[in-house]
Ligand binder design. Structure first.
Ligand code: F0G
Length: 470
C-alpha cells in the first residue's frame, strides 16, 4: 500500500486541498477593539496605519517583515547564541548557510536590509551615477539617492498595469536598459539594481530567461548586477511554476542558479528567512567586500555580527534552510492566493496575477471618485482598519514620495493597498475574515471621501506622515 499524501487523500473526496507543513505549538491571543475604540485609535494615528499601536490591531497585515513565526528549531537555535563580540560561531554558521543556498563568497552581516543597502550604495555609487532597476523600492532608492545616484525604472511596462496577467511582471525591459546605457554611458552605471518578486509591483517575479539575458547585456558593457534577494526564494517558486524546464527542480536549486547570474546581493532577512530581525550583504568581488567590511564597523557593528546578536544569527542561519523547502513555499504562497481568489470572486480589483507576499488592492479602481492627490490608498487602508481592525499598508503616492529635483509628489501608476501576509502566522479563517472586511469596505466605497496630508516628514514620509479627512 502506498502512503497517502494530502493530494491523494483529497482526491478521494473530489477535492485537492493543501495544508501547511506544520502544526501550532504556541499561540498569541489577539482581540478586536470596539468600533468607537478603533475610531479613536485611527484618528490619534493621523489616519496612518504605521502610527497605530499593535494592541489596537486585530489582524496585522501591515508587513511580512520581521513578523514571521519562527520554527521550534529556530527557537532552539536562540539557546545556542555565542555572544562573543568577535568571531561568534553563529556568524560562521550564517556564512555557511548563505554560501550553500545563495552561492556568494563574501558575507557582511547587517542589522536589517537597509543597513546592507546603505553599505552597497556607498561602496559602489559615485555622485552623478545612474542606477537602473526593476521598479523602485522605498529604502533602496533612497540609499542610492543619498549616495549621489539617480534611480531609473527599467521594468517592463506590464508591471505598471495592475490588470496585466504577464507571468513575470518583475522582468527588466532590456531595450529600456540599453537606452539608459546609451544615454548616460556604461561608466556612469555602477550596477543594475535587480529585485526578486518586485515588492512595489505586487510581489511579481523575474524569470530565469530574463536574468540570463540581462547578464549577457551587462557583460557586453562591463556592468555589474546586484540583487535585492529579500524575497528571492519566493521568486524561485514562481520560476518553477511558470517557466519551462523548471517544473521538477527544487526551489533551492533554482535560487542558486538565479543568484549565479548576479555579482552579489543584499538581503532583508526579516522576510524570506523567517526571523524577526537581521540582514546581510554578500558579494563575489573581494574589493567590494573589503570596502563594505570596512564600513560595517562604522555603521552596524563588527564584521562578525553587524548589529545582530549571536542568537539572531543562529536563528537566521536555520531560517535560510527552512525558507527554500518546497512544501513551506507552496503553503506560504498558497495562503496568499487563497485570499486573492476570494477577493477576485467578489469582483474586487486587485493586482493580477497574485504575487508572493501580499494581495495588493487597486485603490485607483476601488475609489474612482477620489483623485490621487487625495490619497485613495491611504484612505482605503484607514477605512479597512476602521471596519475590522485589520491593518494594511499604503503603497501609492504617499510611499512614492517627492521628486528630489522638482519637489513635487511623484504620482505612481500603481495606487495600492498591501495586505501583507506574515509567514506561518495566520490561518485560513483569518484570511476569510480579511476578505469579508475588504468586501464590506468595497461595498461602502461611494460613501468614502479622500484625505489631505497635514504633516510630512522629509524622508520616507509614508512611515510617519499624518492625514485628516476632507
Ligand atoms: N528591499 C525590499 C524589497 C524590501 O521589501 C525591504 C523592506 C527592504 C529592502 C529593506 O529591508 O526593512 O529590513 O531594512 N520591506 C519592508 C516591507 C519594510 O514592509 O515591505 P529592511
Amino acid at each position: 500500500m502506498t502512503a497517502s499524501t494530502p493530494q491523494t487523500m483529497g482526491q478521494q473526496f473530489g477535492r485537492r486541498s493543501w495544508a501547511e507543513p506544520w502544526k501550532i505549538k504556541m499561540v498569541e491571543p489577539i482581540s478586536l477593539k470596539s468600533r468607537a475604540e478603533r475610531q479613536q485609535a485611527i484618528e490619534e494615528a493621523g489616519f496612518n496605519t504605521f502610527l497605530l499601536r499593535s494592541e489596537d490591531v486585530y489582524i496585522d497585515l501591515l508587513t511580512d517583515s520581521g513578523t514571521s513565526a519562527m520554527s521550534d528549531r529556530q527557537w532552539a537555535g536562540l539557546m545556542l547564541g555565542d555572544e562573543a563580540y568577535a568571531g561568534s560561531r553563529n556568524f560562521y554558521n550564517l556564512v555557511e548557510a548563505i554560501q550553500t543556498y545563495y552561492g556568494y563568497q563574501y558575507i557582511v552581516p547587517t542589522h536589517q536590509g537597509r543597513g546592507a543597502e546603505h553599505l552597497i550604495s556607498q561602496a559602489l555609487i559615485k555622485p552623478g551615477d545612474t542606477i537602473p532597476g526593476n521598479m523602485y523600492f522605498t529604502t533602496t532608492r533612497l540609499h542610492q539617492e543619498l549616495a549621489g545616484g539617480t534611480f531609473v525604472d527599467v521594468i517592463i511596462d506590464e508591471a505598471h498595469d495592475p490588470a496585466s496577467t504577464h507571468p513575470f511582471k518583475g522582468n527588466v525591459n532590456l531595450d529600456k536598459l540599453a537606452a539608459v546605457i546609451k544615454k548616460v554611458g556604461a561608466d556612469k552605471i555602477p550596477y543594475v539594481s535587480l529585485a526578486g518578486t518586485v515588492n512595489m509591483a505586487g510581489g511579481q517575479p523575474v524569470s530565469m530567461a530574463n536574468v540570463r539575458a540581462l547578464r549577457n547585456l551587462c557583460d557586453r558593457y562591463g556592468i555589474k548586477i546586484y540583487l535585492d534577494a529579500t524575497r528571492m526564494a519566493e521568486n524561485a517558486f514562481f520560476i518553477r511554476e511558470r517557466e519551462e524546464g523548471y517544473a521538477d527542480k527544487p526551489i533551492a536549486a533554482i535560487l542558486k542558479e538565479f543568484c549565479g547570474y548576479t555579482d552579489g546581493a543584499w538581503m532583508s532577512a526579516k522576510k524570506d528567512h523567517l526571523v524577526n530581525i537581521g540582514g546581510w550583504l554578500a558579494v563575489n568581488d573581494p574589493d567590494v567586500y573589503d570596502s563594505a567590511r570596512n564600513m560595517v564597523v562604522i555603521y552596524e557593528g563588527l564584521h562578525t555580527y553587524g548589529g545582530m546578536s549571536g542568537r539572531d544569527m543562529e536563528a537566521l542561519a536555520i531560517g535560510i534552510g527552512e525558507a527554500v523547502q518546497d512544501d513551506h513555499m507552496a503553503a506560504r504562497i498558497g495562503q496568499v492566493r487563497y485570499l486573492g481568489e476570494l477577493l477576485v470572486d467578489w469582483g474586487i480589483p486587485i493586482v493580477q496575477p497574485v504575487g508572493g507576499h501580499a494581495i495588493f488592492l487597486d485603490a485607483k479602481r476601488i475609489y474612482e471618485h477620489i483623485p490621487q492627490a487625495e490619497f485613495p490608498a491611504q484612505t482605503l487602508a484607514a477605512e479597512l482598519y476602521l471596519d475590522s481592525g485589520i491593518r494594511a499598508m499604503e503603497r501609492g503616492v504617499v510611499s512614492a514620495g517627492r521628486d528630489p529635483a522638482t519637489g513635487d509628489h511623484r504620482y505612481p501608476k500603481l495606487e495600492l493597498v498591501r495586505l501583507t501576509i506574515p509567514r506561518r502566522v495566520y490561518t485560513q479563517a483569518h484570511m476569510d475574515v480579511t476578505a469579508e472586511a475588504v468586501k464590506a469596505v468595497y461595498d461602502n466605497r461611494l460613501q468614502t471621501r479622500g484625505m489631505k496630508m497635514v504633516y510630512e516628514p522629509k524622508y520616507l514620509r509614508f512611515f510617519q506622515a499624518r492625514f485628516a479627512r476632507l
